[in-house]
Design a protein around this ligand. Structure first.
Ligand SMILES: [Mg+2]
Ligand SMILES: [Zn+2]
Length: 186
């Protein structure tokens, strides 16, 4: 089974920094992107660092309520997310799930029986999303929204030597490119 892992902040919406779940808003085109991936029969998986739980800015319960609202909004567009994986830890906790570590990807691989080499990661941050993708051996698409432009310039040294398979304007552009790849593989 193939999956497309989508980052939340800066990729599906928000500004690339850990937005409070009550304030997080998806980009208008995000549901269309998710729906296009749903139509290809791949698992659509949200994977996100939420260290502001560990830092005490909001609770895990508030995060989960935010996810529920997101799912409701997606459902209104006939789009759905198959699974959500998040890291709630403070960076100092040194956990194995905080991106660029690959604990979330490994957990999803086990639970959803995924072939990571045939899966994709879509994210805006080179030093977390792209680095995790590279370590886990998935294909990767960097979006220019959120922290994407900075990842390509000022912060390229956070993910040296890694080249995304595609650089997309936004998550909809990323989804369209992935759909093309998936159709070629059928
Ligand atoms: Mg992000
Ligand atoms: Zn963690």
């Amino acid at each position: 089974m193939k999956a497309v892992f989508l980052d939340r902040d800066g990729t599906l919406g928000g500004d690339g920094y850990g937005t409070h779940p009550d304030k997080f808003e998806m980009f208008d085109f995000a549901p269309e992107a998710v729906k296009a991936l749903n139509n290809e029969g791949v698992k659509v998986v949200l994977f996100t660092n939420q260290s502001r739980i560990g830092r005490g800015y909001f609770t895990e319960e508030e995060l989960l309520e935010g996810f529920t609202r997101m799912k409701t909004e997606l459902a209104a567009h006939s789009a759905y997310i198959d699974a959500i994986y998040y890291c709630p830890h403070h960076p100092k906790d040194d956990c194995d799930c905080r991106k660029p570590n690959i604990g979330l990807l490994e957990q999803a691989k086990q639970e959803l029986q995924l072939d990571l080499e045939k899966s994709f990661v879509v994210g805006d941050t080179g030093g977390s999303d792209m680095l995790a993708a590279s370590r886990a051996g998935t294909r990767m698409v960097l979006v220019k929204t959120g922290r994407g432009e900075g990842s390509l310039t000022k912060f390229k040294d956070h993910w040296p030597g890694i080249e995304p398979d595609h650089i997309a304007e936004d998550v909809l552009d990323a989804a369209m490119w992935i759909v093309q790849q998936l159709k070629k593989e059928k």
